[in-house]
Design a protein around this ligand. Structure first.
Ligand code: AMP
Length: 372
């Protein structure tokens, strides 16, 4: 059975590596040569929007899924409706969910509709809109591009009135969203999964540490039963309302014990990489089980995990492996500043040991990154 995946990054690579033991095959679509997933599975090296390549992918696959959310929704819709090769191949998650997650305004509307608390926000299409939004919501605030924002890209923090013009000059060429700046206590994310049969499961909460808008460290489970229950309720609501299939992630700010949704990702997520070694079933395997209508695997943690992202440069492999209990994941990418090249996972028997060791490991393996 072949799974077709649009996007051949590290998420796709880890999906394929999780799927091989289940006897699955994979075919990727991505214009990039030497992609992380293309190193472990066949790849159609064509544009994401190429209708013929999409048809070819669909025709060769039992089910289509994605490894990044900014795929062309019109192209996917045309594929779902189209005639001929590849017609009728199921797309997971549903295209409506992918579309909602591509646009920060649709995402906020969805959170509002589902009664999932989120930041106060306004759509911004002109300098006047931004002035009004800053006045209504207040400063400081964050101006974000509605589309194609990730890892803090396409964002401008406005600290005072002088920044309004500056932010507009920096980002005003595209549709935007202005939202309040949340003085959060910390950040968490929740990963849920729903199968084509409607079975759902939720992973333990991830506590996430960002620097310069990029995730640096995740520790899980974040043992806070009230937050876990609340996050579970929110993600269940989203999974049900979207008639979702596959893995869905919601990122939250935590302030005074409340969860405030920041954004969602209609896919496996960087904050869930620890589940490969640290949970009974990884997020990658559960995504595949879900989209194939197979029973879901247990999502409980097998200890206390820390996942450290390797960004920009890779530490020497022998240095990482000198720690006999560390798990190294090298995505096979060319180093570039700010690029996610790999990660390491540590599983410890107690939360305290996990916290201490993740600190010393960060100092050794990713020097220069602030240590939480
Ligand atoms: P995003 O790309 O929206 O996930 O933003 C990346 C990171 O920037 C978040 O994980 C936060 O650390 C920070 N950030 C984004 N939006 C806000 C906000 N409204 N208030 C405070 N911090 C934010």
């Amino acid at each position: 059975m072949t799974i077709g995946i649009v996007g051949a990054g590290q998420l796709g690579r880890m999906m394929a590596l999780a799927g091989y033991p289940l006897g699955l095959d994979f075919l990727f679509l991505d214009p990039a040569a030497g992609s992380p997933a293309g190193q472990v599975a066949p790849q159609l090296q064509q544009a994401f929007t190429d209708p013929q390549a999409l048809q070819q992918l669909a025709a060769a696959s039992q089910v289509l899924t994605i490894d990044w959310e900014n795929v062309s929704v019109p192209a996917l819709k045309a594929l779902a409706k189209g005639k001929g090769k590849g017609r009728g191949t199921r797309i997971c998650p549903p295209v409506t969910a992918i579309a909602a997650a591509q646009d920060r305004v649709s995402e906020k509307k969805l959170f509002d509709k589902l009664d999932i608390p989120t930041t106060r926000w306004r759509a911004v299409d002109s300098l006047k809109d931004l002035q009004r939004a800053a006045h209504a919501i207040g400063l400081p605030g964050v101006l974000k591009t509605r589309r194609m924002g990730y890892d803090g890209k396409g964002q401008f923090v406005l600290r005072g009135p002088d920044d309004i013009q500056r932010a507009w000059d920096a980002l005003g060429a595209v549709p935007l969203l202005y939202e309040e700046m949340v003085p959060f206590d910390f950040e968490v994310s929740v990963i849920g999964v729903r199968s084509t049969r409607g079975e759902t499961a939720v992973y333990p909460l991830n506590r996430n540490f960002h620097h310069d808008g990029i995730l640096r460290l995740t520790r899980a489970p974040h043992g806070a039963p009230t937050l876990q229950r609340l996050a579970g309720r929110y993600i269940d609501r989203a999974l049900g309302a979207l008639r979702y299939t596959g893995v869905l992630t919601i990122e939250f700010f935590v302030r005074h014990g409340r969860l405030i949704a920041n954004e969602m990702a209609p896919r496996v997520h960087n904050s869930g990489h620890w589940t490969i070694e640290g949970a009974q079933t990884s997020q990658f395997e559960n995504h595949l089980r879900a989209i194939l209508g197979l029973p879901l695997g247990a999502t409980h943690a097998r200890g206390h995990s820390a996942m450290i992202n390797l960004i920009g440069t890779m530490p020497e492999q022998s240095r990482v492996l000198a720690h006999p209990d560390l798990h190294l994941h090298d995505y096979g990418k060319e180093p570039r500043p700010g690029r996610k090249l790999g990660h390491v996972t540590l599983v410890e028997s107690t939360a305290l040991r996990c916290e201490r060791r993740s600190r010393t490991l960060m100092a050794e393996l990713v020097p220069g990154t602030p240590i939480p």
